[in-house]
Design a protein around this ligand. Structure first.
Ligand code: ZN
Length: 490
């Protein structure tokens, strides 16, 4: 994923979001074909499945995320939305001891035909982009008119943006990917009317109709005995007990209510929260027996501990010096990326001043106006921790003096380490940009050192003279300066 900082771009995203939320009402819930080959395999081999116990080892499974945009609506930073969606999946799969992690950074695709596709276009998208070794998930505007679907042909998932975030749709489609049918399997496309006897539908329902007494639970419906009968193949709202308010009647005349807690039902989003033990056993068997290339014993990184950034390291209590419009914060253990937003508004609504992802712990903020208050929030994440939440809302002010420098962005310049032991030199890779001097400033803008350097590709900066603390490096070239923060420790 490329790192962008398009000003105001999230405003466009918000508008797109509103438009999509209204689309969400019109989307079908799920477009997965009802009869899944992996489910058939499991039903023939289920005696080989190992009974699930809640203390079994966790299976770590990588997911590859593709975020598809239309040419003109292209927006760069929706990582927070993607992370929230994956956090929902991990929450739903925790009891199954299955946890998903990012295979790598999400990939962005720009294609109008894929953004709003039919099944044929979806298959083309998946076959053109799927990678091996991960569950491929595509976020699009309209996945064949559904909230989501799993394609057994292309073996990938398509999700509508409008049905991501905290919705259970992602877990429902992952359930299909891992072989689960709907709890109402056989009723797809058939509308059940309240209180009508299920046996009236036996000529249209394409599976034996499950009864309340459990006598045919292995052969009827979804084939699982610990999921209760369900005939509701349209979206429905559960009552306070997460059950259907309408009454259903089984072929023996027994009345019951459908269970909206099950993620493979069509109950509305706040109802589903769980998979049954037999469903979990089927999914774990699917992973270990048919998809072992997706299973890892441990995650690729350590999780981020639940700590929050609460203060900026720079600026701290002073207005931002006009020549160094830089913010810096403490490293969060194990965080690889920081999603950073800067806003004029406390609420962060409306256009943002900065909306970007960085792997550094300092940022140069273009376009700040002097004498203003700005708000910052930071969302640390890595490949395995998606739900650490935003930092505290932090604010800073800009000084009123205007800058005497023309600021130039040096996007290509890399510098390491940014947290350095005193005496260890800092290495600057200029990547073709001509840097001919480096000024080292204290956090309050006081010049500590000024070093004329040879315009080389790699510049080495000694740190012997720097007492432990935070410094701003100003990198000069003929057009202007750019800034980087570094931390010197003893
Ligand atoms: Zn479904």
């Amino acid at each position: 994923m490329k790192l962008f900082s398009h000003r105001g771009i999230v405003y466009g995203w918000a508008l797109l979001w509103i438009a999509q939320s209204s689309i969400a009402q019109q989307l079908n819930y799920c477009g997965t074909p009802p009869d899944l080959p992996h489910w058939r395999w499991y039903m023939q081999h289920r005696e080989t499945g190992v009974e699930f116990r809640e203390d079994t080892t966790t299976l770590y499974v990588p997911v590859m995320i593709f975020s598809v945009f239309k040419e003109n609506d292209y927006v760069s930073t929706n990582i927070h939305f993607i992370l929230r969606t994956l956090a929902r999946a991990n929450s739903d799969f925790r009891r199954a001891n299955i946890q998903f992690y990012l295979f790598e950074e999400p990939d962005y695709l720009i294609n109008d035909r894929w953004f709003s596709h039919d099944y044929y276009g979806g298959q083309e998208m998946m076959e053109a982009n799927n990678i091996d070794g991960a569950i491929n998930i595509y976020f699009v505007g309209s996945p064949a008119g559904n909230c989501g679907y799993y394609s057994p042909t292309a073996d990938a998932i398509a999700m509508a943006y409008a049905c991501g975030g905290h919705s259970a749709t992602i877990s429902h489609e992952l359930g299909h990917f891992l072989s689960l049918p709907h709890t109402f399997f056989g009723w797809e496309g058939t509308e059940y009317f309240p209180n009508s006897k299920a046996s009236n539908y036996s000529h249209v329902v394409f599976r034996p109709i499950e009864t309340v007494d459990g006598s045919n639970c292995q052969e009827a419906g979804d084939g699982f005995c610990d999921t209760s009968p369900d005939y509701l193949s349209y979206r429905w709202t559960c009552n306070r007990d997460s059950m259907s308010s309408i009454s259903l009647t089984d072929p023996n005349g027994a009345q019951f209510h459908a269970d909206g807690r099950n993620i493979m039902s069509y109950a509305n989003d706040y109802c589903p929260t769980m998979f049954s033990k037999e469903q979990i056993q089927a999914m774990r068997t699917n992973l270990t027996q048919l998809r072992s290339e997706l299973v890892h014993e441990r995650p690729p990184q350590q999780p981020i501990p639940p700590t929050k950034i609460s203060t900026l390291l720079f600026p701290y209590g002073h207005p931002v010096p006009p020549d160094t419009p830089v913010i810096a914060w403490n490293t969060v253990p194990n965080a690889t990326y920081y999603y950073v937003q800067v806003s004029r508004r406390r609420s962060f609504n409306g256009p943002l001043v900065l909306d970007t992802i960085t792997s550094d712990t300092a940022l140069w903020i273009p376009g700040l106006r002097s004498g203003n208050t700005y708000y910052v929030r930071i969302y640390p994440y890595n490949l395995v921790t998606f739900d650490n939440g935003w930092s505290e809302r932090m604010k800073f002010q800009t000084a009123t003096t205007s800058s005497t420098f023309t600021a130039a962005r040096h996007d290509g310049i890399t510098l390491y380490p940014t947290c350095v032991r005193r005496g260890t030199p800092i290495t600057i890779h200029t990547n073709g940009q001509i840097v001919d001097a480096v000024s080292i400033l204290s956090l309050y803008g006081k010049a500590v050192d000024y070093i004329k350097v040879k315009p080389l590709e790699v510049i080495t900066l000694p740190t012997d003279a720097l007492v432990p603390g935070t410094y701003i490096l100003q990198l000069y070239d003929r057009r202007g300066i750019s800034h980087r923060a570094v931390f010197v420790v003893q």
